[in-house]
Every structure is written in C-alpha cells, then in structure tokens.
Design a protein around this ligand. Structure first.
Ligand code: AKG
Ligand code: FE2
Length: 206
C-alpha cells in the first residue's frame, strides 16, 4: 500500500509537476475485492453525466463510460476510502491544501468507450482540487489516459492502465482524455475537494 512518508518521490512529483503516477499503490487483495465489487454491482453501472446535480447532462459524444458512485455497501469500498483519507491528510499536511472530503465512482469502459479531452474542474466554478484515478485491471490494449501539458496541445504523458496504478493530478491544471477502450477497462475516478459552500449551503457531493 502506498506510503508517502517512506518515499517522497511522489510528493516531489506533485510539487514540481502537479501530477504523479504510482505503480502498485494499492495491494493486490484490495484490487481483487474492488473488482469483485464491480461485478456485484455490474447491472447498476449507468451512463455517466457531465456537470453536477441539477445540470447533469448525458452526452455520449463526450464520454461513453458507465459509472457507479460509491455507496459504502462493501468492505472494499470502505477500505479504499480509508486509503484515500490518509492521502487526503498527507496532501493537506504537505501542501496546506485544505481538502475537506473525497468523492469517487467506479468507471467501466467497454469496447469503443472513451472520454474526450476535458478538465475535471473549472477555476472558481468547482471545488475539485485533486483528481485520483486507480486502475483495477490491465487491459491488453486501448483505454490509455492522455494528459496534455498546461495551456498546450502537446502531450505531457500517456498512461497505460495497469491494475494497482494510482494517478494523482491537479484537477484545474490538466486537460486529459481517455482513448477508446478495446478491452474492458475498470477504474475508480475520484476527487479531493475543498469546501466551496455558496451562501451558507454546504456543497453537496457529486
Ligand atoms: O480513467 C481515466 O484514466 C480518467 C478518467 C477521467 O478523466 C474522469 O473520470 O474524469
Ligand atoms: Fe477527467
């Protein structure tokens, strides 16, 4: 399991580059349990929307993955959330980020599914600060994550999904896309958030 204090390479990457890629961040047993959880809830995966709550829109020209928001109904979900909780406190301690919670969903991409170029947060319009993506399986081909350089069309890095690899990046900073899947691709996408409560109403999750 990832231990930031034992190896600060990843924290240095975050500081210097705004992102990091951590292979084998999560132990194999938990990956197996999370995959089993995906199969359990398989019929409940649904076409992902764009935007939040009331203005959620389904637009399958932008993304075609199917998602399922964590509902805490399995030990695997709770264990994963506890791991993300420890990363949240580490990020806060190291970078004084004031991240106050974490939300995540499973995502399933089957053949031909993609997620076109986008950013996960827009300045001043979202409280998503840090994006996390954990890959649950290792597709033989397809479904690469392409991350672009800040304010540029050039590619910063192409990440091949590998079971156990955790990617962390600044949500506002990086345009990214998921290339069309060939083999089935399972992952957990999540967001560390700051509290952007508007006129006293605590910002709801999702
Ligand atoms: O699965 C990935 O590699 C990235 C997914 C993504 O960009 C998102 O869900 O916002
Ligand atoms: Fe994204």
């Amino acid at each position: 399991m990832i231990n930031f204090s034992a190896d600060d390479t990843y924290l240095n990457d975050i500081e210097e580059l705004g992102y990091t890629v951590i292979p084998n961040a999560i132990n194999e047993e938990l990956i197996i349990d999370l995959m089993a959880d995906c199969y359990r809830i398989n019929p409940q995966f649904s076409l992902a929307g764009i935007g939040r709550l009331n203005n959620l829109q389904i637009d399958d020209t932008i993304r075609k993955d199917k998602t399922f928001w964590f509902d805490g109904t399995s030990q695997a979900q709770l264990t994963y959330q506890a791991t993300m909780e420890s990363i949240r406190t580490t990020l806060n301690r190291t970078f004084f980020m004031g991240l106050f919670d974490y939300e995540c969903h499973y995502a399933k991409y089957t053949e031909g599914d993609f997620y076109k170029k986008h950013v996960d947060a827009f300045k001043g319009r979202s409280n998503r600060v840090f994006t996390s993506v954990l890959y649950l399986n290792t597709p033989a081909q397809g479904g690469e994550l392409v991350v672009y350089k800040t304010k540029s069309k050039e590619i910063e890095i192409i990440i091949k999904p590998q079971a156990g690899t955790l990617v962390l990046f600044e949500s506002e900073r990086f345009v990214h896309e998921v290339l069309p899947a060939i083999d089935n691709r399972y992952s957990i996408a999540g967001w560390f958030r700051k509290n952007a409560s508007i006129s006293g109403i605590i910002d709801p999750p999702r």
